[in-house]
Design a protein around this ligand. Sequence first.
Ligand SMILES: NC(=O)c1ccc[n+]([C@@H]2O[C@H](COP(=O)([O-])OP(=O)(O)OC[C@H]3O[C@@H](n4cnc5c(N)ncnc54)[C@H](OP(=O)(O)O)[C@@H]3O)[C@@H](O)[C@H]2O)c1
Length: 315
Amino acid sequence: MTTKSILVFGATGEIGGRIARQCVDAGHRVTGVTRGANQRPSPDLSGVELLQADKGERECYTGTLAGRAFDVVIDSVPAAEHVTLAFEHFAGSIQHYLMCGSTGTFAPLQYLPADENHPWREKTEVNFYHQSVRDAAALDLHARHGFPVAILRPTNIIGPDRVPLELWGGRSPKYFRRMLAHEAVEIPVCGNILVQSGYNDDLASAFVSAASKGPEIDGEIFVISTRKAITLDRYAEVARDVLSSRSRVEVLPIEEIRQRYPDDVNAAGIRFLVEHMCFDLRKAERMLDYDPKFTAEQGLEQALKWCLDEGMFES
Ligand SMILES: NC(=O)c1ccc[n+]([C@@H]2O[C@H](COP(=O)([O-])OP(=O)(O)OC[C@H]3O[C@@H](n4cnc5c(N)ncnc54)[C@H](OP(=O)(O)O)[C@@H]3O)[C@@H](O)[C@H]2O)c1
């Protein structure tokens, strides 16, 4: 394997930190940039040269990063203006600019499993349209100027280090606290709705693999996740098992759940949760050698066990 010099923006984050860790473990030279404000857990970042700067400010490129050369730049949390600044600073000097996007751009899905050819550029009632605009602009930089952009789109992220998605549409510990107390919990609309989670270490591995690929990945989108979607019924069942919960699970309309927990339900999140999420990973498997090791059930179990160990469910 060729050693590369890799810059990771967001190198203390859940995905960015794992990308940085795995890049070092793969033998690359890794520089990480963050503002130094992250309070959430980070993986062991020994071997990563960590710099402090705001990637939204020009000074990051003309000051902090001046005189440094990189083969690959990875932005784990890109905003539209970050893509523009990266283009201005790195065009012509890097092999890849790898961006983390989201499968939320594809919603609502018109066929299952959806793949990268699924429509995503138009605004819909539920898609992450600002990310669609950002991604379209980034792909345009590739089409018009040859900027070597590839976009990796995870589904919702699961695994240790973060409260997993709950079925109120957010990441509230309160939902799982109710399960631990054997109190009733809810599933919105229908238990057969499909949800597909991506295990954090597996998602990071796709970026590390992409960094070693050739120009064939540029201008491309890749969906990354666990291999299978599961139903909301199954998701709740796994959570109950892990938490040894005897909670009754009620299927209710969104409005009724919102009325029950006006301060806890994530209004946009619960509306998004009732959209089927189910993706075909074959493009990432074929072009990035993506080989996720964990199932959604294992990811949920590990996330909940991490929460228990960290006392996240203690009130
Ligand atoms: N959550 C989900 O379920 C989900 C689903 C699909 C896709 N995604 C995507 O996955 C990515 C999540 O990445 P993550 O989990 O690693 O995020 P994260 O845990 O929130 O970490 C964000 C990282 O970026 C750094 N950062 C933020 N703004 C910065 C700035 N202006 N300049 C420099 N560093 C900055 C943070 O450090 P400082 O704060 O110290 O700067 C931190 O290191 C996002 O792109 C998200 O859209 C998430």
